[in-house]
Design a protein around this ligand. Structure first.
Ligand code: ZN
Length: 252
């Protein structure tokens, strides 16, 4: 009898512990700012964090209607965003070298943003938050998008408008990936880095330019139907994209 009650108590304690762990995922962070659509948390509420969050929050609200309309996404819950102004602390918490991520199992966007955002870097880090927000939107619409790297990263690059900057800063576009590379997912992204993001973004731009935003929305919802949606085989879609790439004004 005694044994059973000890087991029971341990079991109840374990449940209580896990419940509090789930509901307290923001407790070690401080709410810095609440906006119409977002809740911005940070490990500390110093002037640096307040200043950075103010800039990010403004950019987030500015882009929110554009992104949610683009993907026909509706959600009444506010988006939870964790902002770190200390790079070392951020990398240690994430466990890998990165400046931003969307953690789908927690539904939280986590970004590192350096304090004192002046000049061009203000735009760069605002873009980064919007990039992660796009991941949050499309992965909530369909979690399986996360498994198709070119689609997931390409859309984030395209919709955040980082792609426009990437195209502007390049003069040649002849190092585009093979179909096999695109289909290899992380393998290609690991070896090509920012180039992989750029070309995935251009592939999304091609889909929107040639087939429209509704086609892209259908692909997000049913990625396996891409050949039906675009009425062509994967090989043909790839060949047409290469032609599009070569014919673009900005390539010259
Ligand atoms: Zn990304």
């Amino acid at each position: 009898m005694k044994k059973i009650s000890i087991v029971m108590i341990s079991f109840i304690l374990l449940i209580l512990l896990s419940i509090s762990a789930c509901s307290n995922k923001n407790t070690d962070l401080v709410l810095i700012q609440e906006t119409e659509h977002g809740l911005f948390y940070s490990p500390s509420s110093g002037e640096d964090e307040k200043e950075v969050v103010k800039i990010l929050a403004e950019s987030f609200e500015l882009n929110y209607p554009r992104i949610t309309n683009m993907f026909k996404y509706e959600n009444n819950n506010k988006v939870v965003i964790h902002v770190y102004a200390d790079k070392e602390e951020f990398v240690e918490m994430i466990g890998r070298e990165t400046e931003g991520t969307y953690v789908s199992k927690e539904n939280i966007i986590k970004v590192y943003t350096p304090p004192h955002l002046i000049g061009g870097i203000q735009e760069e880090y605002s873009f980064q938050l919007i990039h992660e927000f796009v991941h949050a939107v499309i992965q909530q619409i369909n979690p399986s998008v996360a498994g198709v790297k070119w689609l997931d990263e390409g859309i984030a690059e395209y919709a955040s408008k980082q792609l426009d900057e990437g195209i502007k800063s390049r003069s040649t576009f002849n190092d585009y990936p093979t179909l096999e590379q695109l289909e290899s997912g992380s393998v290609y992204f690991d070896e090509a880095g920012s180039t992989a993001y750029l070309y995935s973004g251009i592939l999304i731009q091609y889909i929107v330019d040639e087939y429209g935003i509704d086609a892209l929305n259908n692909i997000i919802r049913t990625p396996n139907n891409i050949e039906v949606i675009m009425n062509a085989s994967t090989e043909t879609i790839y060949e047409r994209w290469v032609k599009y790439l070569e014919g673009k004004e900005w390539l010259r």
